[in-house]
Design a protein around this ligand. Structure first.
Ligand SMILES: NC(=O)c1ccc[n+]([C@@H]2O[C@H](COP(=O)([O-])OP(=O)(O)OC[C@H]3O[C@@H](n4cnc5c(N)ncnc54)[C@H](O)[C@@H]3O)[C@@H](O)[C@H]2O)c1
Length: 385
């Protein structure tokens, strides 16, 4: 990987400010390291810095793999992408353009000797096997959500990470999105009083070509709620605490390409009486709310308009703009957190145990829906996460 341009270096510094929305302990470490690298990059120090950067491999260079690739440059002072693997030739060709210094191959086993950690972004039914292979080869793993398609597979992955003594983090990028992080801070600070309801809307049209793995309930692990709703169940638990009971209704109506539900409504009651709601659809042919979070509190409502990158407070009839952020999924923030955890030994916020708890909520909600009942969401082991 060549030296960063001055433009990239400036963006690197801008990132240091931007990730202020993420976990606060990350910031000094990153700023210090960035300036050390930039100041010394004409001397022999550059080679030492480059050599000490973590070597990352990307497994799966499709849609999400490319989203990650577009943000790697923000972290090039901390890591080098040395390998990439995808079974599809077209995906490999596009990857070579974006990662000209990486070894790009079809078989992920061929890059494992060249990397310290991997980022896995492949279809869900393959998460279990590929993640186990990487952990057993001694690699730290950042695994795209959802962790795996069954509780047994998730437990295997958690056990393998423990046994290997390597970091396992599930890539819930929304947890590191500046607007979502700021909303969490405002709820915790009770800036507008006690929060009593968080509602989340995610409205999009997601329809792959015929035969795409997204459509298969077996490969996806369920429907839209499992595949995409897992982000928002994770966030509701993060915002509101321990769930008590809940209900889910899904439908395939108007998303006939999906074997599982394409649209879902989930309501969860939390300890203390707080309520959480998620409406998600992959069948939207038009939308106004798109991606929006509303937190209703005693003295007002906090609104995160994710699509417009803005956070508002609504008090009575007044509306105040609280915060704006750059566009994008901000995957660089979750990747920075993964690197921090590898360097410091800290557990990732979205480690395997935390990720399993939110999947257990989804599985219990699905089960209750089948039985026409309410899901009992107590005792999912959240306190161990
Ligand atoms: N965090 C987010 O916002 C977000 C958004 C979309 C997808 N995702 C997640 O990313 C992951 C991938 O989804 P996607 O949308 O990129 O799917 P995709 O189909 O676009 O890409 C998957 C890629 O994996 C490759 N692949 C399949 N088997 C492989 C193997 N054995 N070795 C190497 N490569 C292999 C495919 O060829 C394909 O290029 C999933 O876990 C998904 O849930 C996350």
């Amino acid at each position: 990987m060549g030296r960063p341009s001055w433009a990239t270096r400036r963006r690197g510094h801008a990132l240091t400010r931007c990730v202020g929305g993420g976990p606060p302990t990350d910031i000094p470490c990153r700023r210090e390291r960035a300036s050390a690298y930039f100041l010394d990059d004409r001397s022999g120090w550059e080679r030492i810095r480059v050599m000490s950067r973590l070597r990352l491999g990307l497994i799966g260079c499709g849609n999400m793999g490319h989203s990650h690739m577009r943000r790697f440059e923000f972290l090039r002072h901390r890591m080098a992408v040395t390998g990439a693997a995808d079974i599809a030739e077209a995906a490999r060709a596009a990857t070579k353009d974006l990662l000209p210094d990486a070894k790009v191959v079809a078989d992920y086993e061929e890059i494992l000797d060249d990397v310290d950690a991997v980022l896995i972004a492949i279809p869900h039914h393959l998460h279990h096997r590929v993640t186990l292979d990487c952990l057993r080869a001694g690699k730290h793993v950042l695994l795209e959500k959802p962790m795996a398609n069954s509780e047994r597979e998730c437990l295997d992955i958690i056990e393998a990470a423990d046994k290997a003594g390597r970091k396992l983090m599930v890539a819930y990028c929304m947890r590191f999105h500046p607007l979502v992080v700021r909303m969490k801070e405002l709820i915790d600070e009770k800036a507008y009083g006690e929060c009593f309801q968080v509602s989340i809307w995610t409205e999009q049209h997601t329809e792959g070509p015929p035969g795409h793995w997204y459509h298969s309930a077996e490969k996806l692990g369920g429907g839209q709620f499992f595949s995409h709703g897992c982000h928002y169940v994770d966030i509701l638990l993060w915002y509101l605490g321990r769930p008590v009971r809940g209900t889910h209704f899904g439908t395939r109506l108007c998303t006939p390409w999906m074997e599982g539900e394409g649209t879902s409504n989930a309501i969860v009651q939390f300890e203390g009486g707080r309520l959480g709601y998620h409406f998600g659809t992959w069948g939207a042919r038009g939308t106004r709310l798109r991606y929006s979070f509303h937190a209703h509190c005693e003295r007002g409502m906090i609104e995160a308009v994710i699509t417009d990158k803005r956070l508002f407070a609504h008090v009575g009839r007044t509306q105040e703009l609280l915060f704006e952020c750059d566009p994008g999924k901000h995957t660089e923030n979750e990747l920075a957190h993964f690197l921090d955890c590898i360097e410091t030994g800290r557990e990732p916020l979205t480690n395997g145990r935390a990720a399993l708890q939110s999947l257990r909520v989804i599985w219990r909600l699905y089960e209750a829906e089948q039985k026409n009942g309410l899901a009992d969401l107590r005792g999912l082991g959240l306190e161990q996460a």
